[in-house]
Design a protein. Structure first.
Length: 259
């Protein structure tokens, strides 16, 4: 794929993000042969375009970290993308900033030192973790009806669009990180529940996997940046007027209104 095509496809996805208009997936007509490697190159160009517009990177995110989602996409490996600072929501979430947003209950990690390399283990992650934060990721695929191939969704920065963080931070040693339970309610109705083991057996494994994946690009997870480790629950559509509340056992609740 030449530079012009990379730019053209990154522009295509980026405009859909900015205009809040859904588009056909890249692989339907524009470039059916898109590979995973090419998709990450398009993602990098997309990130470059965000930075050029003055947006500040917040941190990386992992996607497709549950057995269910991996099976659904017929893949063995999770994927990664990036969240920007302007995507952090505080207070009510204005739905006009999205196309067809869905929420996922997640746990974010913040490290006290940079972490990278091909052999990073869960133990290394635990040693390096400063604190964890309960979080709700708001994903918003730019593709019609969330219909995409693995390569499409990588090129679309893994549907990254928004995030709501809990207000409190917790030391990792205070918990068994694989048995944090979540209850996800919309308008008081229980929509989903799960435990953190849904994330690659333990969200710590997700951070370790991310560090190893990034090392293939010569990158590291940087100290201080929040890392979204992947959905503990399935993703659920939200609508104007909704009240969203996710309870995490031992680490509080994250909630917001959708306006
Ligand atoms: O954060 C995620 O797991 C989303 C990955 C992309 C798949 C999707 O948009 O559902
Ligand atoms: Mg997610």
């Amino acid at each position: 794929m030449d530079n012009q095509k990379i730019k053209e496809l990154a522009d295509y996805v980026h405009h859909a993000y900015k205009d809040k208009k859904e588009i056909k997936k890249i692989t339907s007509d524009l470039y059916p042969e898109l590979t995973i490697e090419e998709a990450y190159i398009i993602q990098q160009e997309l990130i470059r375009q965000h930075l050029e517009e003055g947006h500040e990177l917040l941190g990386p995110k992992m996607g497709l970290t549950s057995e269910a989602k991996m099976k659904q996409m017929n893949v063995d490996d999770p994927i990664y993308g990036y969240v920007f600072r302007h995507m952090v929501e505080e207070g009510d979430v204005d739905i006009s900033g999205y196309i067809h947003p869905k929420i996922e209950a997640e746990i974010a990690f913040v490290l006290s030192e940079d972490l990278g390399g091909p052999d990073v283990t869960a133990f290394d992650v635990l040693k390096a973790t400063k604190f964890i934060i309960p979080a709700i990721e708001i994903i918003d695929s730019r593709y019609e009806n969330f219909n995409f191939t693995l390569a499409d969704v990588i090129a679309d920065n893994t549907s990254a669009a928004g995030v709501v963080f809990g207000e409190k931070h917790f030391g990792p040693a205070e918990f068994d990180l694989d048995v944090i339970g979540v209850n996800l309610k919309i308008n008081g109705e229980l929509k989903d529940s799960g435990t953190s083991a849904a994330v690659l057996g333990n969200p710590v494994n997700s951070v370790a996997r991310l560090a190893r994946m990034l090392s293939e690009e010569g990158k590291v997870i940087k100290a201080g940046e929040p890392v979204l480790t992947g959905g503990i629950t399935a993703a659920h559509l939200i609508e104007k007027g909704d009240h969203v509340a996710v309870k995490y056992s031992g680490i509080g609740e994250v909630s917001f209104f959708v306006k």
